[in-house]
Design a protein around this ligand. Structure first.
Ligand code: PLP
Length: 281
């Protein structure tokens, strides 16, 4: 059965071609997006994703098409219409469609699309095995707190990682380790968790926020501070966080083994805690 696509107030399937060629999302990357997970048709951290989308829309001067109540209602219907129980929903709001000129008309009607996709989340073995990552120069724009669809630098970095036999590329700028191409990045050293502070260099990840809250609840110290790239040579553990990967151990960075190539203790604790929170979400 087809996936379900919501577009500007109606439901269809992803087989239908629904967007105009002069939609500004297509022409200019003039759009924000979200990806949330659903399990047994339950959306996970829906309000958090909505909140980030609202902030992003505000920052790029697009009027929000829906408040949380309306968003939740549409997503509920989308999931009810979806044939499978577990997966992800991709949501995109663009500035809308207009003749292609850089200065956009005032008061445009945003284009809103959302569709469900089945997704194979990492199983227990994958979550124990962990992943290899590479580091790569941060070539993105300077407003990375906005979840914009301008993902060219991210896509190129991710491809570079894949060609190097790794799963993720972590951006380094001005000697500071920022975040992954589609994840936030954490290290553990001397029992403390370290991750980049919230600013324009990283996306405020929904799972990042959960991981920090869970670490604090487990009485683990969390330092939100810039991490120098030379600190990557002296780590006990590393992990990434994202909606699709959860808390995922990093066992190799640029070909160097981390923590004897095994998932670390704090990473394991946070994975178990996140599983519990998601089961209750
Ligand atoms: N950072 C970037 C650049 C991302 O694209 C993503 C997710 O796609 C994340 C971090 C993780 O965010 P979240 O935990 O909300 O999925």
């Amino acid at each position: 059965m087809s996936d379900v696509l919501y577009v500007n107030g109606r439901f269809t399937t992803t087989d239908e071609r629904v967007l105009g060629v002069e939609d500004r999302g297509f022409q200019f990357g003039d759009a924000v997006y979200e990806v949330f997970k659903f399990v047994g048709k339950r959306p996970i951290f829906l309000a958090e994703h909505h909140g980030r989308m609202e902030r992003g829309l505000g920052e790029i001067d697009i009027a929000s098409p829906w408040d949380l109540t309306r968003f939740a209602a549409v997503m509920r219907e989308l999931l009810e219409r979806t044939a499978f129980d577990d997966g992800i929903v991709y949501v995109q709001v663009t500035r809308g469609e207009a003749n292609r000129v850089h200065f956009y008309p005032e008061g445009m009607t945003p284009t809103v699309v959302a569709y469900s996709r089945s997704f194979l989340f990492p199983d227990a073995a994958a979550k124990e095995r962990g992943i290899a990552i590479i580091t790569t120069p941060d070539l993105r724009w300077k407003q990375c707190q906005v979840k914009s669809v301008n993902l060219l630098a991210n896509a190129l970095a991710k491809k570079k990682a894949q060609r190097a036999g790794a799963m993720e590329a972590v951006f380094v700028g001005d000697g500071i380790v920022r975040e992954g191409a589609s994840s936030n990045f954490f290290v553990v050293r001397g029992g403390r968790v370290i991750t980049h502070p919230l600013d324009e260099h990283i996306l405020p990840g929904v799972v990042r926020d959960q991981a920090i809250g869970l670490a604090l609840a487990a009485k683990i110290r969390v330092d939100e501070r810039p991490l120098r790239d030379d600190e990557l040579f002296d780590l006990d553990e590393a992990f990434i966080t994202s909606t699709t990967m959860g808390v995922m151990p990093v066992v190799e960075i640029d070909g160097r083994i981390i923590g004897n190539s095994r998932r670390g203790e704090i990473t394991t604790t946070l994975q178990a805690m996140l599983d519990e929170v998601e089961a209750r979400a």
